[in-house]
Design a protein around this ligand. Structure first.
Ligand SMILES: Cc1cc2nc3c(=O)[nH]c(=O)nc-3n(C[C@H](O)[C@H](O)[C@H](O)COP(=O)(O)O)c2cc1C
Length: 239
C-alpha cells in the first residue's frame, strides 16, 4: 500500500529533465503490459501503442508541436503570454522513446457491452491505460510527459492512423535527472492545486460538503501526501 501511494504522489509530468540513457526493452514492455491491464468498457481493450523512436518521426511531431504551440501562445494576453512562452511543454526530441496510445473506435464491433448509451467509454478506457502506464513508469523510475499541444489531424497524418483510430496520448518517455516534488506548472507559478474539499459536493451539484464529516477529514489530511518519501527515492536505483 505504501509503495502504491509513493508511486502515485511521486508521479510527475516530465518535460525538462530527460537524459539520453536508453530504456531497456524489458522495462518498456512492463510499462506497456501495465497499460494493457487497465479497465476497459466491455473488456474491449481499444488501445494500440505506437513506438516512435526515429529522429525523422520525432522531428515531424516536434514541428507539429511548434505550430500548435505558437497558436496556443497567441491566445494568452500580455504577461500571461510571456509566462506561457517561457514554459517547456514537451520533451519530444529529448526523450529516447515517444509513444502514442491510440483508441480504435471500431474495436469490439458495432455493439460493445457498456458503450451503447455512452459511446465515448472507449476513449475513457484508453485514458485509463495511459494512467496505468504513467504510474508503472514512475515505479520503474522512468519519466513520462504527455504532449497534447498538437493538432490531432497532423498527428494522424504523421503516424498514418486510419480514420477510425483516434490518437489519445502522445507521450515522451525516458529516464530523468530527477523527479520534481511538485508539478512543474506549480513550481513555475502557472497554476496551483485546488483545495480538494471545495470540489466535493453532497447529493447534488453545487451542494458544498462543509456539513459532511468527510469535509473535516479532507481538510485535516490535506498534508497527508507529504508523508511519503521524497519523490526521488522511488523507483529502481540509478546505475
Ligand atoms: C490530458 C493531459 C494533457 C497534457 N498535455 C500537456 C502538454 O501538452 N504539455 C505539457 O507540458 N504538459 C501536459 N500535461 C501535463 C500537465 O500539465 C500536468 O499533468 C499537470 O501540470 C500536473 O503535473 P503533474 O503531472 O506533474 O502532477 C498534460 C496532462 C494531461 C493529463
Amino acid at each position: 500500500m505504501q509503495g502504491f501511494y509513493e508511486t502515485l504522489f511521486g508521479r510527475r509530468d516530465v518535460r525538462s529533465e530527460f537524459i539520453a540513457k536508453p530504456i531497456p526493452e524489458e522495462v518498456l514492455a512492463r510499462m506497456i503490459i501495465a497499460a494493457h491491464h487497465a479497465p476497459s468498457v466491455g473488456l474491449s481493450q481499444p488501445w494500440n501503442f505506437i513506438l516512435v523512436q526515429s529522429d525523422a518521426f520525432k522531428a515531424a511531431v516536434h514541428e507539429a508541436f511548434c505550430d500548435a504551440n505558437e497558436e496556443a501562445a497567441n491566445l494568452f494576453a500580455g504577461e500571461r503570454q510571456q509566462q506561457y512562452r517561457q514554459l517547456k511543454l514537451q520533451g519530444i526530441l529529448d526523450a529516447p522513446v515517444n509513444l502514442c496510445i491510440t483508441c480504435d473506435r471500431q474495436r469490439g464491433g458495432d455493439v460493445v457491452l457498456g458503450r451503447t448509451h455512452q459511446p465515448q467509454m472507449d476513449i475513457y478506457s484508453t485514458v485509463c491505460a495511459v494512467q496505468n502506464l504513467w504510474l508503472a513508469a514512475r515505479a520503474e523510475g522512468v519519466g513520462v510527459g504527455w504532449v497534447s499541444i498538437i493538432t490531432p489531424e497532423k498527428l494522424r497524418a504523421i503516424l498514418g492512423l486510419p480514420e477510425h483510430v483516434v490518437p489519445i496520448a502522445y507521450l515522451c518517455l525516458g529516464y530523468v535527472e530527477h523527479f520534481r516534488e511538485r508539478p512543474e506548472l506549480e513550481d513555475k507559478g502557472w497554476a496551483q492545486r485546488q483545495p480538494v474539499e471545495e470540489l466535493v459536493f453532497t447529493e447534488q451539484w453545487g451542494e458544498q460538503a462543509a456539513e459532511h464529516p468527510v469535509y473535516d477529514a479532507l481538510h485535516s489530511q490535506r498534508d497527508w501526501p507529504r508523508q511519503f518519501p521524497q519523490a526521488n527515492d522511488i523507483g529502481p536505483k540509478k546505475s
